[in-house]
Design a protein around this ligand. Structure first.
Ligand code: MN
Length: 249
């Protein structure tokens, strides 16, 4: 059994989400072969050298799971793209490039965070290109801590203000972009997060049936995609009662 999650937006201010995640690590994830985290795992990350005690405790919890035999994979999101090698090594996780194709129960599946599919958001796409440039990343990682804190705050408040102003559809994926990348990578299944619109979309690529699975964000409830012999099951669960599958999920 394989588990995929994304958009937990872990932060100290949300102990309910943290508790639910640690519950998953000590529960279902123990019997999983692999756990994939597809970005925006942390609400903010300004560098591996600036880990808070809270972030360190999450790192240790991941390490424990990885030592117990579950393989851990992590992809950057738009909020935690500064997660680096030091964190991954300490946590026992393998960093995945966005996008990456993996075999899940024998099926090739394209994994993405999902922000790169939102091509109609021209301002964001431009910012993304700048922030993923290796030279810019190098400079960012070597800025003084105080400057990085300031920058992170500024980026967050700007992204909040913009999300409020934009039309509803602009922060969703561009419909034409989906079959294009799926064809490019030769897959019939795509899994991503980012949009906070959990769903399994059935689509047609040429003659073939395909699907796009969108993971849910953890805010009022948790979301996980479970892949096993029975296929792909996306379900929400209660933070307090993880065994409780929620209606409409
Ligand atoms: Mn995101």
């Amino acid at each position: 059994m394989i588990l995929l999650i994304s958009d937990l937006h872990l932060e100290e201010e949300r102990p309910d989400i943290t508790r639910a995640f640690l519950g998953l690590l000590n529960g279902r994830a123990r019997s999983a072969q692999a756990l994939y985290i597809l970005g925006d795992f942390f609400e903010a990350w300004i560098g591996d050298d600036a880990m808070t005690p809270f972030q360190r405790s999450i790192c240790e919890a991941l390490r424990e799971l990885s030592d117990s035999g579950t393989q851990l994979f992590l992809m950057h999101g738009n909020r935690d793209f500064l997660i680096g090698k030091a964190f991954c090594k300490a946590a026992g996780v393998t960093l995945l490039k966005d996008p990456t194709v993996v075999q899940l129960h024998g099926e090739p599946v394209l994994l993405m965070h999902g922000d790169s599919l939102c091509t109609r958001d021209l301002g964001y796409m431009k910012l993304r290109r700048i922030l993923r440039n290796p030279i810019v990343l190098f400079i960012l990682r070597h800025l003084p801590l105080r400057t990085r804190h300031k920058l992170a705050r500024k980026l967050r408040s700007e992204s909040r203000a913009q999300t409020r102003m934009k039309a509803n559809d602009i922060v969703d994926v561009t419909p034409e972009e989906v079959p294009r990348v799926m064809q490019q990578f030769g897959v019939r299944t795509l899994v991503h997060g980012h949009t906070h619109r959990p769903a399994i979309h059935k689509l047609q690529i040429g003659e073939q049936a395909a699907k796009r699975i969108v993971l849910g964000d953890w805010d009022k409830q948790g979301w996980a995609l479970q892949v096993d012999e029975q296929g792909f099951q996306l379900a929400a669960f209660d933070f307090v009662n993880p065994q409780l599958a929620l209606p409409g999920a």
